[in-house]
Design a protein around this ligand. Structure first.
Ligand SMILES: Nc1nc2c(ncn2[C@@H]2O[C@H](COP(=O)(O)OP(=O)(O)OP(=O)(O)O)[C@@H](O)[C@H]2O)c(=O)[nH]1
Ligand SMILES: [Mg+2]
Length: 388
C-alpha cells in the first residue's frame, strides 16, 4: 500500500522534484568528503533514530559534556510533566477515577498547568506528581496508554522524580538515552571507528544523519539522499497496538511497514545498503509478557507459522512483514499503480536487506549490533554495490 505522506519518494516527477528540493548548502555539506561512510537513519516518529545518534556519541565520540547534561535536565523535567499531564488528562476521557479522593487537588493542579508545564518545577509541583503516580487510578490509566499518546519513557522518569527534583541533578547517560525530544530538520554526527584487521585495518570515518520521522518532517529527507552508503531503518516493534500521533486512525506499526516499502522502492536509495533495526525489543517483550497480543491489530498473525514462545513468534512475525516487502518487490512488483518503479528495480542487481533485533537504549546491545553492521557495510562497499 502506498502512503500519501511521503510524496518525495514517489514515481512521476521525481527527478524534477529532486533537483528542486536538493538544498545546495546540504549538498555541499554531504558530498565533498569521499572517504567517509555516510549512514542515514530513517523511520517513523519515535522509532529510536536520535537514540542511536546518542549511542554513537557515547560509543565513538566523547559522550555528553556538562553543558549538554544540564540542557537535558530541562527536557527531562518537561518529559515528566508531559507524561503525568497526558495520563491525568486521559483519565477524564477514559472515565477512570482517582483511587484516592485526596489526590483531586493534585490532579487539578497538573491539569491547570496545561501541556506546557508549570511556571516553576518546584517542590510543590514534584509532590503533586509523586502523589498522583502512586494513585491506583493513575496507574490504571497508564496501563491503557496504547489508547492515547504517551511517551515511551513516561514510567522511567515518573519512577525517578525523587532524583530529578534534586537541585544538583545531573542526568546520567541512561537518563539522556531515555529523554524524548522530537527531531525537526536534519542533524549530523561525525565519528571514527577502528576497522578490524580482517577487513582492511586503519580507521574509518563515519557521517551519520538523523532526520525527523513524523509525517510533516519526511519531505525534508530527500535533501540527504545523495551519496548515502547505507540506511538504517528503525522500527518501533512495541508500537503494534498504538496509533499514530499525526493520524489517530493509523496503526503505528502499519505506518512503519508502509514507509519501509516506500524507502525500499525509492530510486534514489537503490545504491544504498539497507539494514532494518527491529527496535524497542525490551518494550515488545514487556507488552507480550503482560498478556498483550498483536493478533487484534494484525489479523494475519493467526495464520503465521512461527515457533517458540509468544514473544519470539511476535518479533519474528513483525520481521516477516518487512522481509515480505523485500522479496515480493525483487524483480517484478505486484503493485501496478507505479510501473516506473519496476523498470528501476528490474535493471538493478537484487539487493540484500539485513535485519537486527535491537534495544536502542541499551548501549551494550548497540555496541554489538554496530560491530556487525560495520562489517556488513564494509562488505557492501567493497563489493562495489554501494556508490564507491
Ligand atoms: N525502552 C526503550 N525506549 C526506546 C528505545 N528506543 C528508543 N526509545 C525511546 O523512545 C523515545 C523516542 O526515541 P527517539 O530516538 O527520540 O525517536 P526518533 O526516531 O528520533 O523520533 P523523531 O525524532 O520524532 O523522528 C525516546 O524517549 C527513547 O528513549 C528502545 O529500544 N527501548
Ligand atoms: Mg529524533
Amino acid at each position: 500500500m502506498l502512503v500519501p505522506c511521503f510524496p518525495c519518494l514517489r514515481a512521476g516527477n521525481e527527478d524534477e522534484d529532486y533537483s528542486r528540493q536538493l538544498d545546495k548548502n546540504i549538498k555541499q555539506w554531504i558530498t565533498p568528503y569521499e572517504n567517509a561512510i555516510k549512514l542515514l537513519l530513517l523511520g517513523t516518529g519515535e522509532s529510536g533514530k536520535t537514540t542511536i545518534i546518542k549511542q554513537m556519541k557515547i560509543l565513538h565520540v566523547s559522550g555528553f559534556s556538562a553543558a549538554e547534561r544540564t540542557e537535558k535536565a530541562v527536557y527531562i523535567k518537561h518529559n515528566i510533566h508531559e507524561s503525568i499531564f497526558d495520563i491525568v488528562s486521559n483519565m477524564v476521557h477514559l472515565g477512570i477515577a482517582l483511587q484516592q479522593p485526596r489526590n483531586v487537588q493534585a490532579q487539578s493542579y497538573i491539569l491547570r498547568c496545561g501541556p506546557g508545564g508549570p511556571p516553576e518545577y518546584n517542590e510543590e509541583y514534584f509532590d503533586y506528581v509523586r502523589q498522583l503516580w502512586r494513585d491506583g487510578g493513575v496507574r490504571e490509566c497508564f496501563k491503557r496508554s496504547n489508547e492515547y499518546q504517551l511517551i515511551d519513557s513516561a514510567e522511567y522518569f515518573l519512577d525517578r522524580v525523587d532524583l530529578v527534583e534534586k537541585s544538583d541533578y545531573i542526568p546520567s547517560d541512561a537518563d539522556i538515552l531515555r529523554c524524548r525530544q522530537k527531531t525537526t530538520g536534519i542533524q549530523k554526527i561525525e565519528f571514527k571507528v577502528k576497522v578490524p584487521k580482517s577487513m582492511h585495518g586503519g580507521v574509518q570515518d563515519f557521517w551519520m544523519f538523523d532526520v525527523g520521522g513524523q509525517r510533516g518532517e519526511r519531505k525534508k529527507w530527500i535533501q540527504v539522499f545523495e551519496g548515502i552508503n547505507a540506511i538504517w531503518f528503525l522500527v518501533a516493534c512495541s508500537d503494534f497496538d498504538q496509533r499514530l500521533r499525526e493520524e489517530n486512525s493509523q496503526n503505528r506499526l502499519q505506518e512503519a511497514v508502509e514507509l519501509f516499502e516506500d524507502v525500499w522502492l525509492s530510486r534514489f536509495l537503490l545504491a544504498a545498503g539497507l539494514i532494518v533495526f527491529l527496535n524497542k525489543q525490551d518494550l515488545l517483550e514487556q507488552k507480550i509478557t503482560q498478556g498483550r497480543s498483536i493478533a487484534p491489530y494484525f489479523p494475519q498473525y493467526k495464520q503465521y507459522q512461527g515457533t517458540g514462545d509468544e514473544y519470539t513468534r511476535t518479533k519474528n512475525f513483525i520481521k516477516s512483514m518487512f522481509v515480505d516487502i523485500t522479496t515480493k518487490n525483487r524483480g517484478r512488483n505486484k503493485h501496478t499503480a507505479s510501473p516506473e518503479r519496476f523498470v528501476v528495480l528490474e535493471a538493478t542487481r537484487p539487493r540484500e536487506c539485513y535485519f537486527h533485533f535491537t534495544t536502542a537504549t541499551d548501549t551494550d546491545n548497540v555496541r554489538t549490533v554496530f560491530r556487525d553492521v560495520h562489517q556488513i557495510i564494509l562488505t557492501h562497499i567493497l563489493d562495489n554495490i554501494g556508490v564507491y
